[in-house]
Design a protein around this ligand. Structure first.
Ligand SMILES: Cc1cc2nc3c(=O)[nH]c(=O)nc-3n(C[C@H](O)[C@H](O)[C@H](O)COP(=O)(O)OP(=O)(O)OC[C@H]3O[C@@H](n4cnc5c(N)ncnc54)[C@H](O)[C@@H]3O)c2cc1C
Length: 371
């Protein structure tokens, strides 16, 4: 049997693509291993996600008590001063600090109840056979005419069938912290720059906190020393941890957070959504909103069976990447305290995502690389 359309990947982009396709009557086969219990980082959902969730009819998922509104974000960026950005001045309303697992589970449940058929395994092999794809999975081979690549930064299809770029080698170390005692700290999000990169802390609705350290993985300092000791060597984040008696639970982990994107050419028989299409620096809080937006719009183009609409989708994503690269440079250049730090110096140039992504770097050691 050859399926008309298969969605690969079980994150937000995969769930939303499967949901939108199923609601549109397409009977998608959704190939995605179960999420498991492991903590998944990435919890700061921009307020721009709300209209997209409303489009899906899924905005009620944000009302669960496991999520909280992020009213206050404090950042020490460009100076030692901790500056508050309060959501009261944001017309679109406050962002949300998600219980990421619960959010993905809720979208998954909606996709399944809309009629997406799920195969609970990863795709282990991919080949093209005349007018369809052949996929290897642990539950046997699968044939499909059209693929949604929602496999995140792995970009299973896009990395083989499109030109793919990366602007940096940003990586993240993260750890979960819990507070002793019954005292419930005021939940905050903190961002703090330092010479090798920057730190982030956010408190979940249940009082636990995640602490992330972002730096370039190819520079010394990304994973030097003990993660918790390093966190306690910061200023604002260390003060928050010690004031509220936080200690780390479980070991620190690492994950890629580099900015990657693909050339805006639509593939024959596939489309990339979410991080597989364009993955952003978490500083932007764009990732989950982009996963929602791309999955909705690519699914709509597929349902319309309109090649021009699919091409417009790809071009829209490419323009978004260009805008993002400009905004990324503007935000990073506000931090000028460490001009000799390679991490900060690298972020002073804007790569031209659309036409010549390699030319923006004069120093080859700093050049973005094609993956
Ligand atoms: C440390 C960190 C912090 C972040 N912070 C934020 C934040 O605060 N705000 C924000 O908006 N975004 C944030 N992001 C980005 C956000 O998490 C991503 O943009 C978002 O997860 C993209 O969703 P996705 O579905 O495209 O990809 P993913 O969530 O990566 O999902 C991809 C899925 O594909 C599966 N997969 C991979 N290979 C295969 C295969 N061969 N077969 C089948 N399935 C496969 C994976 O297992 C995974 O389930 C952060 C990311 C990181 C890493």
């Amino acid at each position: 049997m050859i399926h008309d359309v298969a969605v690969l990947g079980g994150g937000i982009a995969g769930a939303v693509a499967a949901l939108r396709l199923a609601r549109g009557g397409a009977r998608p086969l959704w190939i995605a291993a179960p999420r498991g219990d492991a903590f998944k980082p990435g919890e700061h959902l921009s307020a721009a996600a709300l209209p997209l969730l409303k489009t899906l009819g899924s905005d009620a998922v944000l009302r669960a008590e496991v999520h909280r509104h992020a009213h206050s974000t404090y950042s020490a960026w460009g100076s030692d001063l901790l500056v508050e950005r309060n959501a009261i001045v944001q017309l679109e309303g406050p962002p949300t600090v998600l219980d990421r697992g619960a959010f993905e589970d809720a979208l998954t449940a909606q996709a399944l109840s809309a009629g997406a058929e799920r195969i609970g395994h990863d795709v282990t092999g991919l080949a093209v056979d005349s007018d369809h794809w052949l996929l290897e999975t642990d539950s046997g081979p699968i044939a499909a005419r059209f693929l949604f690549d929602a496999t995140g930064r792995k970009a299973l299809v896009a990395s083989k069938h499109a030109t793919r770029f990366q602007a940096d080698r940003l990586g993240c170390q993260y750890g979960i912290f819990a507070a002793y005692g019954d005292h419930a700290p005021r939940p905050v999000t903190l961002i703090e720059a330092e010479e090798r990169g920057w730190w982030y802390l956010s408190v979940f609705a249940d009082g636990r906190a995640v602490v992330n350290f972002y730096a370039d993985t190819d520079l010394p300092g990304f994973d030097t020393g003990d993660f918790e000791e390093n966190a306690r060597g910061t200023v604002a984040i260390a003060a928050y941890l010690s004031d509220h008696g936080y200690h780390r639970c479980g070991r620190a982990r690492r994950i890629a957070t580099n900015s990657t994107w693909i050339a805006p050419v639509i593939g024959a028989g596939w489309v990339a959504v979410g991080d597989a299409a364009a993955a952003f620096d978490p500083l932007s809080s764009h990732g989950m909103t982009t996963a929602l937006w791309t999955a909705i719009h690519a699914a709509d183009a597929y349902l319309a069976q309109d090649r021009d609409q699919m091409q417009r989708y790809a071009e829209h994503v490419a323009r978004g990447v260009q805008d993002y690269l400009v905004a990324r440079q503007a935000v990073y250049t506000r931090e000028a305290r460490w001009p000799d730090s390679p991490f900060w110096a690298r972020r002073f140039a804007i790569p031209d995502a659309a036409s010549a992504p390699f030319r923006a770097w004069s120093n080859p050691a700093q050049a973005p690389t094609q993956t």
